[in-house]
Design a protein around this ligand. Sequence first.
Ligand SMILES: NC(=O)c1ccc[n+]([C@@H]2O[C@H](COP(=O)([O-])OP(=O)(O)OC[C@H]3O[C@@H](n4cnc5c(N)ncnc54)[C@H](O)[C@@H]3O)[C@@H](O)[C@H]2O)c1
Ligand SMILES: C[C@@H](O)[C@H](N)C(=O)O
Length: 353
Amino acid sequence: MLTQTLLRPRLMSALAAGPRLAAAAAYSTATATGDLAPRKVLITGSLGQLGAVLASCFRGHFGAENVITSDIRRPAAGGGEVALAAANDGPFVFLDVRDRASVEKVVVENKVDTIIHLSALLSAIGEREPQRALDVNINGLHNILEIARVHNASVFCPSTIGAFGPSTPVDQTPDLTIMRPTTIYGISKVHMELLGEYYANRYGVDFRSVRYPGIISADEPGGGTTDYAIDIFHHALKTGTYNCFLHENTRLPMMYIDDCIEGTFKFITAPREKLTQSTYNMGAIDFTPAELTSSMQRHMPNLSVSYSPDFRQKIADSWPNSLDDSSARKDWGWDPKFDLDSMVDVMFKNLKK
Ligand SMILES: NC(=O)c1ccc[n+]([C@@H]2O[C@H](COP(=O)([O-])OP(=O)(O)OC[C@H]3O[C@@H](n4cnc5c(N)ncnc54)[C@H](O)[C@@H]3O)[C@@H](O)[C@H]2O)c1
Ligand SMILES: C[C@@H](O)[C@H](N)C(=O)O
């Protein structure tokens, strides 16, 4: 398997250009597996927690002008440097994924061949607004798959540990198992996994998905159940205290953003023939709020955390403790690097900056 790490001239000039561009370019060193042929990429939901960073990674490899970012909102002041860069460092268009004609126009006019479909309502916000979650997560996906079928584009759309449910085996949850989620988010993601596979088998669409755990980064999270693991850092640095919305012993699978981006880029660029399934578990670390607190107390011995579980506790209780990701490791070389302590160290380093 051809593996290459590229530190492109574009990254070198971004680093020379100053801190904002350098922040955006930081992810362009991700490793590709195999196919680095030129691509024309459309990313939906680009201003969210993952989209901004993925856009930076793809622009670093394929050129800013070849990666169109899009969202239903404009980058807000205070939305973070990487989110601003996602909109400002290359083409950005306003797109509502529920509006098929608008998405299709962008794909056709720009000869897009790769769609990274990130627009979604996450687990907690989905339970607050189930009808809007259905609309965005289901109708948006239908539009993307149809456009990909008609215009011969590949699709990457992430799934989640939220696709599992209370009857799923909780430890080392395998790729193929009982999937009866109880949130609208999880139901929409199981639908996405199955429909994507149908489009692959029936129409030959190159559809790929991974089940991410909770992703931890310095950027603002989008309204999920794993958000506590980000919020806690911000509160700790501002006030030295945090009131966690999950119970102290709630174990969930998690992953640091650098591993997420590195793995996602590897997966999307992996040769098709290496893949034996359309959706893969992507595990990394797992911990409880109490364990995260202990690790953070290495930096802040006086950090004080209290616990007031709310409606998100029920969601968390329906998800796995840890994932079996052996197929991802075997098929396309998934190899996460961050453990709990190294993730905490880098989060403090970045946030203090
Ligand atoms: N962040 C995580 O921990 C995590 C874990 C597992 C899976 N995922 C998946 O990764 C993807 C991205 O997640 P994220 O954390 O960046 O989410 P996010 O909530 O931060 O970003 C989602 C983006 O979608 C946009 N959006 C909402 N409705 C839209 C519409 N109608 N049209 C176009 N855009 C719309 C929002 O404005 C937002 O910027 C999602 O599919 C999510 O399910 C994320
Ligand atoms: C796990 C993931 O899908 C998201 N962070 C959520 O909690 O909803």
